[in-house]
Design a protein around this ligand. Structure first.
Ligand code: AMP
Length: 216
């Protein structure tokens, strides 16, 4: 099963993606996580990417496409879920070329719909584990022990790009640069929209129901 997950920042893509990948045994490829890992290791990609992420801007397409190509080579065979990629039409076009070369195809593009006011509230209360990347919400999905990851026990942190101003900027970028991808995939009849408002479990149930119908 090969999936693309789209939706505005804070729609809950990452959290739902983690559960899906676990249940269906496919690889989660998150460009955001790959970039943050490069930043913490201080690689050339990380140093360059940090300048953009910090301000809530997209990292240039060439850098992302180069990074994802390498990653896909290792993970394509067993099925994958792309989380946070593609984010622009040129990235979607580049992905189509890579997949064609490797004889793979996308089964579905899932789009999580969430209203923008809800997103600001969600992201500013988000806390993330520096070790495994798991996200929590201070009110709706808090960790068992305050401030610590349930899995790793690491001290949770607030991502630098999860403050209100940067979140609003990231939303605008989603509207202008990422949303056009939905049209791109609609032309390929791959798009399925899901209402992302509501409890994590309820949204996950909607996603699983949908997948049962579309992926054989
Ligand atoms: P995320 O964890 O998916 O919210 O990504 C965090 C930040 O990483 C984004 O706001 C962008 O600055 C950068 N980023 C992640 N994926 C991409 C991508 N596919 N294209 C460009 N920038 C990206």
């Amino acid at each position: 099963m090969n999936l693309i997950f789209l939706g505005p920042p804070g729609a809950g893509k990452g959290t739902q993606a983690q559960r899906l990948c676990w249940d269906y045994d496919v690889a989660q490829i998150s460009t955001g996580d790959l970039l943050r890992s490069n930043i913490s290791k201080g690689t050339p990609i990380g140093v360059e990417a940090d300048k953009y992420i910090h301000q809530g801007n997209l990292v240039p397409d060439e850098l992302i496409i180069g990074m994802i190509k390498d990653e896909l080579k290792y993970t394509l065979a067993g099925g994958f879920l792309l989380d946070g990629f593609p984010r622009t039409v040129p990235q979607a076009e580049a992905l189509d070329i890579v997949l064609k070369e490797m004889n793979f195809k996308i089964d579905a593009v899932l789009v999580l719909d969430v209203l923008s006011d809800e997103i600001v509230a969600r992201l500013t209360a988000r806390r993330t584990c520096p070790t495994c990347g798991k996200s929590y919400h201070l009110i709706f999905n808090p960790p068992a022990k305050e401030g610590l990851c349930d899995i790793e026990g690491s001290t949770l942190y607030q991502r630098k790009d999860d403050n209100e101003e940067t979140v609003k900027h990231r939303q605008e970028i989603y509207e202008n640069q990422t949303k056009p991808i939905i049209k791109y995939y609609e032309k390929q009849n791959l798009v399925h929209k899901i209402n992302g408002l509501g409890k994590l479990d309820d949204v996950y149930y909607l996603i699983k129901n949908l997948l049962q119908k579309i992926v054989k």
